[in-house]
Design a protein around this ligand. Structure first.
Ligand SMILES: [Zn+2]
Ligand SMILES: [Zn+2]
Length: 277
């Protein structure tokens, strides 16, 4: 498994490549827009060209773009709904420019409605985004299922995927979110069952990225609390099985925690790398 971190893109944008190299990342995730703002951010063309040129040498691949946090493709509010679509299209266009694999995003919240009531809305938005762009993947991330947040169960993601019917719609599996949603990745048996269920409902061929976060909260607690690798309820041995699993080892694995271990001074990325056979 190629392993990497979520890397900051504080200006200048092209510095992300040296930051990724310095962190020991072999693949990486970045924002290309300010995560708490609707307005798309302009990245100077010069910086994009420099980023691409620097990465020819550094070869950090794949690059995954993480969307802004405000996205809600189920929103009743026309402004938020349209702004979500616009922001994802902007991310997708930037992905194509920088040679990223695609754009990972959180679907949003039903805000008290049933999933079946918002499904059409989500499907229409995803189709619009894919129609407006050419190459990059649009990547649904499974959620921890807090409150009305969409996408904690594979069944829900599969309903969206089956309705959109596009080869460019893919999935990221976040280990902390899956665990919080009741998928017991901590045990050997639980990992096998989770992958079998993923394959049954979604299809493992749709899985293009892993977010490797340990969970600070218990199995099935439906809360989104990441922990450093080995410091949470999933545990080191479970991550050893995950990074070496024959069905997962060709995927990029991204850590989203700050990466600093208080106890040992060793960061999560180094720990994960040491678990690879
Ligand atoms: Zn994640
Ligand atoms: Zn999370």
């Amino acid at each position: 498994m190629k392993l990497g971190a979520h890397i900051s893109i504080s200006a200048p944008f092209s510095d992300a490549i040296s930051r990724a190299s310095d962190s020991g990342s072999e693949c990486m995730q970045i924002f290309v827009n300010a995560p708490q703002r609707w307005a798309p951010q302009t990245i100077p063309e010069k910086e994009i060209a420099k980023f691409v040129a620097l990465n020819k040498k550094a070869d950090i691949n794949p690059i995954i773009i993480h969307s802004i946090y405000l996205i809600n493709l189920a929103s009743d509010n026309p402004f938020f709904y349209q702004a979500s679509i616009k922001s994802l299209i902007d991310d997708m266009e930037k992905a194509e420019k920088i040679g990223a694999l695609g754009v990972n995003f959180h679907l949003g919240s039903t805000k008290g409605k049933k999933f079946s009531e918002v499904l059409d809305k989500i499907v229409v938005a995803i189709k619009m985004i894919l129609a407006a762009t050419e190459k990059s993947f649009l990547i649904l991330e499974n959620s921890a299922g807090a409150g009305d947040i969409i996408g904690d169960k594979f069944e829900e993601l599969s309903e969206i995927i089956n309705a959109v019917k596009s080869d460019r719609l893919k999935v990221t599996l976040d280990t902390a979110h899956a665990f919080a949603s009741g998928y017991n990745l901590a045990t050997d048996d639980g990992l096998e069952k989770t992958l079998a269920e993923f394959d049954k409902f979604i299809g493992l061929e749709k899985l293009v990225c892993l977010h490797l976060n340990d969970s600070a909260v218990e199995l099935g607690s439906n809360r989104d609390r990441h922990a450093e690798i080995g410091d949470g309820k999933i545990g080191l041995e479970a991550f050893r099985r995950i990074v070496n699993h024959s069905k997962l080892c060709d995927l990029p694995g991204i850590i989203e925690t700050p990466g600093i271990k208080d106890r040992t001074g060793i960061d999560s990325l180094t720990i994960l790398k040491s678990l690879r056979k």
